[in-house]
Design a protein around this ligand. Structure first.
Ligand code: KG4
Ligand code: ZN
Length: 371
C-alpha cells in the first residue's frame, strides 16, 4: 500500500441521483465523518425529477460538507484530496456535485479525483466500516450483484479497475420494477419497501407470473414482461379499489418471481466464471429479505462467503465514493485531471471520463489555497 499521508484525509461527495452525501475517510478507509440527505420532494411526484434533484443537491451541499467536517472534527484546510461521483447518473446532479468538489479542490490547491458510481458500489464490501465484526473483506475475484433503482448488473470483480460485466437488465432495473408494481398496487414511492411489507401477508403461489430469461445462458435480466403480467391481473378491477388480500397475493407472487429470476441469473453467472471468493449484493433492492435469503442460500451451496453491506452502505452514500478513491490510490493511481467532465453514461470498462475542456489547464494562481 503506497504512503497516502499527503492525500488523506479525503472528502468525497455523491450526488448522482436523489441522495446528497458527503464522507471523510483517512488513509486506512476509516470513516471519520459522514452525512446523507435523502431528498423527499420526489415521493409526491412518484419518482426522481432530475431538475428538482440537481437544485436540491446545490442547496444541500454547503451545509452538508460543513456538517461532515464537524462530525470528523476537521477543518476544510485539513482535507488533502477532494473526490466526487462523475458518472454514471443524472447529469444535473453529477455536474453540481463534481463542480462543488472541484471548486473546493481548486480553491485550496488540492487534487481532485472523479469516481465511477458503479465501481464504488461494487467495491463497498471491502470498505472497513461496511463489515460486521464476523466478516472479512472479500478478496478478488468476487461476484457482485448490483440491484437498485438505477442499476441492475452482475459483475465479476477481478481487481480494482478489472471488472467483467456478465450481464444487466435489458429493460427496467429491479428497483424500477418494484416501484412500478407497487404503484399499480396503490402503494407509495419508493415502492420496494412497501411492497415487501405487503407481500408478508400474501401467498407467493397465488398468481402465476412469468420468470423472464430464466434458464437462458448469460446473466441478463428483464422485468417489463413481469410488470405487464401483474397489470393483466389488475384489469378486472378497473378503477375499483383493490381488495387488500389480492394486492398482498400479487405482491408476494411478484416478489417470488423476482427472487426466482435473480437466483437463476446468479447461478448462471457462477457457473461461467472462474472460482470466486464471495457473492456480494449492493443497491437498495438488496434490502429485500426474501432476495437476500435466496442469494445467501446460493453462496452457501457454492461454499463462498455472502456479503450484503448494511443498508446505509448498500444505498447511495459517499463513504463508498471515498473508499473507491482510496482503492485507486492504493493501486498507485495519481489523482485525476480536474477538467474531467461528468458522464451520465460511463461504462466500467473505461477508466477515465473525457476532458470537459481538453485545452483547459488550471492556472497556478488559482491553485493557491485561498486562506
Ligand atoms: O440504491 P437505491 O437507494 O437508489 C438508487 O436507485 O440508486 O435504490 C432504491 C431502489 C428503489 O427502487 C426501491 O424501491 C428499492 O431500491 N428498494 C427495495 C427495497 N428497499 C428499497 N426493493 C425491494 N425491496 C425492498 N425492501
Ligand atoms: Zn447507486
Amino acid at each position: 500500500m503506497s504512503d497516502l499521508s499527503s492525500l488523506t484525509p479525503l472528502l468525497a461527495i455523491e450526488t448522482s441521483c436523489d441522495d446528497t452525501a458527503c464522507a471523510i475517510l483517512d488513509s486506512h478507509g476509516t470513516l471519520l465523518g459522514e452525512s446523507v440527505l435523502s431528498q423527499e420532494d420526489h415521493a409526491a411526484l412518484g419518482g426522481v425529477v432530475p431538475e428538482i434533484a440537481a437544485r436540491a443537491h446545490l442547496k444541500a451541499l454547503p451545509s452538508l460538507v460543513d456538517l461532515t467536517l464537524e462530525r470528523a472534527g476537521l477543518a476544510l484546510s485539513d482535507i488533502a484530496l477532494f473526490a466526487a461521483t462523475t458518472g454514471p447518473g443524472l447529469i444535473g446532479g453529477l455536474i453540481v456535485g463534481s463542480s462543488y468538489a472541484k471548486g473546493l479542490a481548486m480553491a485550496r490547491g488540492k487534487p481532485f479525483m472523479g469516481i465511477n458510481h458503479i465501481e464504488a458500489h461494487i467495491l463497498t464490501p471491502r470498505l472497513p466500516a461496511s463489515l460486521r465484526p464476523e466478516e472479512t473483506a472479500p478478496n478478488f475475484p468476487y461476484l457482485a450483484l448490483l440491484v437498485s433503482g438505477g442499476h441492475c448488473q452482475c459483475i465479476l470483480v477481478e481487481g480494482v479497475g478489472q471488472y467483467r460485466r456478465l450481464g444487466g437488465t435489458i429493460d427496467d432495473s429491479a428497483g424500477e420494477a418494484f416501484d412500478k408494481v407497487a404503484k399499480m398496487l396503490g402503494l407509495g414511492w419508493p415502492g420496494g419497501p412497501a411492497l415487501e411489507a405487503l407481500a408478508k401477508e400474501g401467498n407467493p403461489r397465488a398468481y402465476t407470473l412469468p420468470r423472464p430469461l430464466k434458464g437462458r445462458p448469460g446473466c441478463d435480466f428483464s422485468f417489463s414482461g413481469l410488470k405487464t403480467a401483474v397489470s393483466r391481473y389488475l384489469e378486472p378491477f378497473g378503477r375499483e379499489a383493490l381488495p387488500r388480500h389480492i394486492a398482498a397475493d400479487l405482491a408476494a407472487s411478484f416478489q417470488q418471481a423476482v427472487a426466482d429470476v435473480m437466483t437463476d441469473r446468479v447461478k448462471q453467472a457462477l457457473a461461467t466464471v472462474p472460482p470466486v471468493t464471495a457473492l456480494v449484493v449492493a443497491g437498495g433492492v438488496a434490502a429485500n429479505q426474501t432476495l437476500r435469503q435466496r442469494l445467501e442460500n446460493i453462496a452457501q451451496e457454492h461454499h463462498i462467503a455472502f456479503l450484503a453491506p448494511p443498508l446505509r452502505f448498500c444505498t447511495d452514500n459517499a463513504a463508498m465514493i471515498g473508499w473507491a478513491t482510496l482503492e485507486r490510490l492504493y493501486q498507485g493511481e495519481q489523482p485525476g485531471d480536474i477538467a474531467l467532465a461528468p458522464r451520465p453514461r460511463w461504462p466500467l470498462s473505461e477508466r477515465c471520463a473525457p476532458s470537459a475542456h481538453p485545452s483547459a489547464s488550471i492556472s497556478p494562481s488559482l491553485m493557491e489555497p485561498s486562506s
